[in-house]
Design a protein. Structure first.
Length: 224
């Protein structure tokens, strides 16, 4: 029995070592554009999505000059403007580019609460852009569950803040209502009624095609 146990441990450890050996270090090779306009090349050692207790995701990471991990330096969304992976994973490199933006995280007590973090650009039209990132699902946390979901947010033209509107496949306009309570409540009312009237079929479509949410916002501005 002991021999079987140690054999299993050996196989698991060997598989992990082999997986690490096979990983191409160029997968972690990025080029940073800092807020002062200068650029830095290096290899990510701890990613912005690496979870730590009491540490917000997508705000900081460490980078070393070479793939060996030596002399790693910490960077954050306050001093980094963009992150670009040198090795592209798709023809257009869409998901190999991250930007630093202010993301709203409002509550009724703190309506202006926000944090600067790294996000990906999903799509855009003349009324704004939609961004996404992976983060802790706050709605499930309220149910006692801890999991990571893809979160989508919208940044309207003329605004500088990304406002979340969907976590996983669940649409919630609470953040938009708080953010635009005084400046554009009609927009949220229009989008809310439009999404509700569409039923589950529309919700599922938006979850798979977030651009549709931006198109609904464009409908509102075209009607004005």
């Amino acid at each position: 029995m002991n021999k079987l146990f140690f054999l299993i441990i050996f196989i698991v450890v060997s598989a992990c070592v082999l997986a690490q050996e096979k990983r191409d270090p160029e997968n972690d090779h990025v080029r940073l554009t800092l807020t002062d306009g200068s650029t830095v090349d290096g290899y990510v050692q701890t990613y912005w999505v690496d979870g730590k207790l009491f540490k917000r995701m997508n705000t900081s990471f460490t980078l070393s000059p070479g793939p060996d991990g030596n002399n790693a330096v910490s960077y954050n969304a306050d001093n980094v403007k963009t992150i670009d992976f040198v090795k592209k994973t798709s023809a257009d490199g869409k998901y190999d580019h991250l930007e630093s933006h202010i993301v709203a995280n409002p509550s009724l007590l703190k309506p202006k609460r926000a944090v600067r973090q790294f996000v990906y650009v999903e799509c855009e039209n003349e009324v704004g852009k939609i961004y996404w990132w992976n983060g802790v699902d706050s709605q499930n946390m309220q149910l006692g569950k801890m999991n990571i979901s893809t979160i989508y947010g919208i940044c309207l033209s003329g605004d500088s803040v990304v406002v979340p509107f969907m976590t996983g496949n669940v649409i919630s306009l609470n953040a938009m209502r708080i953010r635009y309570k005084k400046t554009n409540p009609e927009l949220v009312d229009y989008v809310d009624k439009r999404v509700l009237s569409g039923g589950k079929r529309l919700w599922d479509t938006i979850a798979s095609e977030p651009m549709l949410f931006l198109d609904i916002c464009r409908e509102f501005f075209n009607k004005k």
